[in-house]
Structures are given as C-alpha cells and as structure tokens.
Design a protein around this ligand. Structure first.
Ligand SMILES: [Zn+2]
Length: 178
C-alpha cells in the first residue's frame, strides 16, 4: 500500500506534514493510524532518533522532539554542578581528589566544609554535627566537629577543655604541694 492510498482512503481531510519541521522533528512520511484512529507520522529527530508521532501533537506544538528535549531538561535539573541530596537529607558534592571522597568521588558537603576549615581530611572517628539539626545547612557556623572515639560523641572542643582542665589541676596540685 502506498502512502497515497493512506491519504485517499482517509475520510477526514488530511494535512500533509511531510518534510515539515516541528521543533527538532522533521516529518518523513505518514504511517498507519494508531489503534485510536489518530493520524501518525514517522519523524526524524535532530538527535538521530526516529519516532512515530501523532499529527495533532505535531500541529499543536506539544511534541517537539523524540523525547530528547525533556530528557535533557530532566538531567539538567538533576545536575547541580555535581551537587545532590542524599536519601537522608545530606548534601553531597563531587570532589574526586579529596581524601574523604567515596569511590565515586563524592564527599558529604559538611565533611568538605569542615575539612577545608581544619586544613586536613577528617579522621575516621570524627564526624560532623549540624547544630540547628538541618542536615543541608552546611555553613561552617552550623557545623561542629565531633569525635566518636571514647568517650562516644564527645566534642573535640570539650576534649580539649577536659585536657586543659587536667593540666590545670596538675599545675594546681604541683603548686599546692610546694
Ligand atoms: Zn530526539
């Protein structure tokens, strides 16, 4: 059956869309109607795909590509310069060369911020506490470095204070014993 037969056998007046372009799509030829009786056209997309699309969608401008435009938009929305949110609400960023990065090159942003502040990677027993409880708020002033070595969960600052106190007591003892 030639394409001419398609056209002449269609009871509705048909607008021939052959060789017209709609967005990224260029119409090649008509194809059999879909099972709902819609007029269908085979189109080539600029991206290299081909797809059969309803004529009504082409003429209304609702279909402008094989689907590649919306795929590109979706990936652009998800791509935030390598910045994304983990399932538990933390921000991870791409820093492939960082010693605290995982195998895929991602590091939790709060780890990175603290590590930049300290000028060294974090140790295994160190982690970061978000003071205001908002896991995506990685301003340095919202972050607190915790050490999970014994005693569990003690702040590094507290440990420093504790060490200073021991020293102070030692000095006091020495003074008293004189
Ligand atoms: Zn395409």
């Amino acid at each position: 059956m030639s394409s001419t037969n398609f056209i002449t056998r269609n009871p509705n007046p048909l607008i021939d869309l052959s060789e017209q372009t709609f967005g990224r799509l260029t119409v090649v030829t008509r194809t059999p109607n879909n099972n709902r009786g819609d007029v269908m056209w085979l189109c080539f997309c600029k991206c290299g795909n081909q797809k059969v699309i309803r004529g009504a969608c082409l003429r209304a401008g609702t279909t402008k590509s094989c689907g590649c435009i919306s795929r590109e938009l979706a990936s652009a929305r998800n791509w935030k310069g390598g910045r994304s949110k983990t399932g538990d609400g933390y921000i991870k960023i791409k820093k492939s060369n960082h010693l605290n990065a995982d195998k895929k090159g991602y590091i939790l942003e709060h780890t990175f911020v603290m590590s930049e502040h300290l000028g060294r990677p974090l140790e295994k027993n160190e982690n970061i506490h978000h003071k205001n409880g908002i896991r995506a708020d990685n301003r340095l002033e919202n972050l607190e470095l915790w050490s999970t070595s014994q005693p569990f969960g003690q702040r590094v600052e507290d440990k420093v204070a504790w060490a200073k106190e021991i020293l102070r007591q030692a000095v006091l003892d020495k003074y008293r014993n004189k």
